[in-house]
Design a protein around this ligand. Sequence first.
Ligand SMILES: C[S@@+](CC[C@H](N)C(=O)[O-])C[C@H]1O[C@@H](n2cnc3c(N)ncnc32)[C@H](O)[C@@H]1O
Length: 259
Amino acid sequence: LLRRSVRIDAVFTAADAYDRFMGRYSEHLSPQLADLAHVARGMRVLDVGCGPGALTAELVRRAGAASVAAVDPSEPFVTAVRTRNPGVDARVATAESLPFADDAFDAAVAQLVVHFMRDPVAGIREMARVTRTGGVVAACVWDGLGRGPTTEFWRAAREIDPNVPNEGERAGVREGHLVTLFKEAGLRDVEQSEVWSRLAQPSFESWWGPFELGVGPVGVFVARLSDAQRVDLRERCRALLPSGPFVHEVRAWAARGVV
Ligand SMILES: C[S@@+](CC[C@H](N)C(=O)[O-])C[C@H]1O[C@@H](n2cnc3c(N)ncnc32)[C@H](O)[C@@H]1O
């Protein structure tokens, strides 16, 4: 029983930390991505790379839990999605190897995931395989070069460590790249668009705090710093952002294609 309760704590720590960090931005994208895929009642929909479920919840609102499936390689996230959305078919899996039959869905969507895929074209091709002919595949990835939620963070990080990985090299973060990947994966009528998230930040501290929660690549980067380096990075970020309350307006590139 003790081991089980420790495991459940770990699940909610991971999901809650994500919610307090990227989830605050990604929940604004969910209705826009669902619109791109025309998700509505009566459709069977797959959420690829669901995380703790920012997009899954929107799909459930539109299509009903029994029509929604979700996958993520992270077991704690999949457990959180199951608990939060009873009836959703949530499974541990990657985009590159989806545990579903051909034509199982009317639409497959991936919000902020393509840049994490080991093989993005294979992942998008798998999304197309499980979607019926005439169905829609849609995805979005933060604008990693100009207006993403972590742009200022990586700019400051590069000032203290020039070897910081270049965000611009990740799949889909440059304008037009998602479209290229969708076409390579065999989708037709591929179109690019933009989706936006506007998050009110009452202070610099409210912006910075979640970077220390250990979530995603930024969390890993911060966790490896000494205390002095972390303070240095924080102050460099402060210099790049407004001093009072501000609205952090960030963009993700999106693409949709037809199977
Ligand atoms: C930034 S989160 C996005 C979560 C959620 N879609 C949202 O919008 O909040 C990226 C997610 O992609 C998942 N992921 C990483 N590699 C993946 C892969 N190869 N296939 C599917 N999901 C992957 C991660 O575990 C993580 O949950």
